[in-house]
Design a binder for this molecule. Structure first.
Ligand SMILES: *Cc1c(COP(=O)(O)O)cnc(C)c1O
Length: 310
C-alpha cells in the first residue's frame, strides 16, 4: 500500500526515526561506541515502540473491518494511552480494561485522563479478573465474553505484544542498514515484544540485548522465545535479557538511577524516560567494556519513548 493510501503510515510523521551519535569519554575509554535510535520522536501521541508495535495491528484491525480496539493495562500504561490516541487517529473506537477496580472511584490520574480525552472507554477490573482474562485470551470463550459486553473487537493483550507487534518492532532494525558483526542493539524489556522483533531482523553477527525493567522476570526469556516460535517457527540465538538493571522493580526509580538519568540529560541533551529508558542506558554504561559489551562494540540504544509529562 502506498503511504498516501495507508491510514496507519499517514499517522507517522517521522520515519525513519533519527539516529544520534553520543560522544562520551566514559564509553570511549572502554572502546564502546554509542548511538541513540530516537524512536521517541516517531509520533507525539503514539511514541516509540508503541507506534512500531501498534502499526501492524492497526492495519490488521482495519483490514478485518473492526470498529473497535480493546486492550488491557495498568493505571499509568504507555500502551493504554498509545492505543487511545492511535484508535482516535485512524477512526477506531477504543476500550481500555484497567487493572484495579479501586481506581474506578478515584480521581483520574493524568494518564487515564488523557486516554479518556482521546475517547477511550475505561473499565476497571479487580486484579484476579484482570489476570484471568489476560491469561485466557487465547481461548475463544474469553474473547466471546469480552465481545458480549463491548461488541466485535480487535483484542490486544497487555502491553500490545503479539507476533504482529514484534514484526512492527523489526522495522527498527530495517532502518539501521549499517549493522553487522560487533553491533549490539539495546532496548528496555517490559513484555519482550520489542526485543523479540529486533532480534529477528538483525544481520549475521549482530546481537540484541534487552534490559528487563521488571524484577525477577525470568519468564520474559520464555515469552521472547514463544513469539519467535509462533511467528517465525524457529529460535534465534542472537539475543539475551539482562535481569540485573530493573532498579528494584517495575516503576521503581532509585536515587542512583535518577542521578544517572539527570547526568545523561545534562551531558547529551536527551530527555530520559525513567521507567524504561534510564534502566536500559544504565545497563549499557555498566556493561561497557566487559564481556557482554567488549571493546569494539557499537551499541545502538533504542529510545523507546519520551519521559512522562511533569
Ligand atoms: C512499553 C515500553 C517498553 C517495553 O516494550 P515491550 O515490547 O513491552 O518489551 C519499553 N520502553 C518504553 C518507553 C515503553 O513504553
Amino acid at each position: 500500500m502506498s503511504p498516501a493510501l495507508d491510514p496507519v503510515l499517514a499517522l507517522a510523521p517521522r520515519l525513519p526515526s533519527p539516529v544520534w551519535r553520543v560522544d562520551d569519554e566514559r564509553l570511549a575509554g572502554r572502546g564502546v561506541e554509542l548511538r541513540l535510535k530516537r524512536d521517541d520522536l516517531v509520533h507525539p501521541a503514539v511514541p516509540g515502540n508503541k507506534w512500531r508495535k501498534l502499526a501492524p495491528n492497526l492495519r490488521a484491525a482495519l483490514d478485518e473491518g473492526h470498529a473497535r480496539l480493546l486492550t488491557f493495562g495498568g493505571a499509568y500504561s504507555n500502551h493504554i494511552r498509545a492505543v487511545a490516541a492511535a484508535g482516535a487517529a485512524v477512526g477506531l473506537g477504543t476500550v481500555g480494561v484497567i487493572r484495579g477496580d479501586e481506581l474506578a472511584r478515584a480521581p483520574r490520574n493524568w494518564s487515564l485522563a488523557r486516554a479518556e480525552a482521546y475517547g477511550m472507554e475505561l473499565a476497571f477490573w479487580d486484579r484476579a479478573r484482570f489476570r484471568e482474562t489476560l491469561s485466557g485470551l487465547a481461548e475463544p470463550g474469553t474473547v466471546r465474553r469480552l465481545e458480549e459486553r463491548w461488541g466485535r473487537s480487535y483484542v490486544l493483550p497487555e502491553g500490545g505484544t503479539n507476533v504482529a507487534a514484534a514484526r512492527g518492532a523489526a522495522e527498527i532494525v530495517a532502518e539501521l542498514p549499517d549493522l553487522g558483526p560487533g553491533d549490539v542493539v539495546c532496548c528496555a524489556v517490559g513484555t519482550g515484544g520489542t526485543l523479540a522483533g529486533i532480534a529477528t531482523a538483525l544481520p549475521e553477527g549482530a546481537r540484541a540485548l534487552g534490559v528487563a525493567v521488571v524484577k525477577g522476570a525470568r519468564y520474559l526469556d520464555g515469552e521472547v522465545a514463544r513469539l519467535h516460535e509462533l511467528g517465525w517457527g524457529r529460535a534465534f540465538a542472537n539475543w539475551r535479557i539482562d535481569h540485573d538493571h530493573h532498579g528494584g522493580g517495575y516503576g521503581r526509580v532509585p536515587a542512583g538511577l535518577a542521578a544517572f538519568a539527570e547526568d545523561f540529560e545534562e551531558r547529551h541533551g536527551l530527555a530520559v524516560e525513567r521507567r524504561y529508558v534510564a534502566k536500559m542506558l544504565r545497563c549499557v554504561y555498566d556493561l561497557a567494556g566487559g564481556p557482554a559489551l567488549p571493546p569494539g562494540s557499537r551499541v545502538t540504544a533504542v529510545i523507546t519513548g519520551p519521559p512522562d509529562p511533569v
